[in-house]
Ligand binder design. Sequence first.
Ligand SMILES: [Zn+2]
Ligand SMILES: [Zn+2]
Length: 160
Amino acid sequence: MVSDTSCVACGQSRGFVYTGPVYSQGELVDSLCPWCIADGSAAEKYDAEFTDVGWGVPADVPPAVVMQVATRTPGFSGWQQEHWLYHCGDAAAFLGRVGWAELLSHPDAVESLRQEHGADARPAEEVDEHLTALDKEGEATAYLFRCRHCGRQLAYSDSA
Ligand SMILES: [Zn+2]
Ligand SMILES: [Zn+2]
């Protein structure tokens, strides 16, 4: 977010402040610049993490990659506890929040959302109803990622 707030980690006002989640001892909401997150200094200084990597990490993803997501990657705010997506043994790149309108041009992502709900063994019509109701700005939304190796689009859904 554009802001003239100075970063508590480096003391500089760089024109942007990170507004996503911070998991740390102190109160660090809206007070870090994206550069101090990217270079790991904010995480080191405050023992902070920006995404909860406690679950949903596939077994083929090395711990160093998971640490990179937790401590050097800006997180995003969801309705429920956010989690990252992985593919090809690596962390995927987070592209943003999407709804059904945006998902129509990402068939891979729709496929991954169907699989997400396939685990619950819900009827196909119910899954379709859920997917088509997703709205970028709504209370039922999805988060889009892209694999940095094979380019596959991934997504998971979330609701208020
Ligand atoms: Zn900073
Ligand atoms: Zn991949």
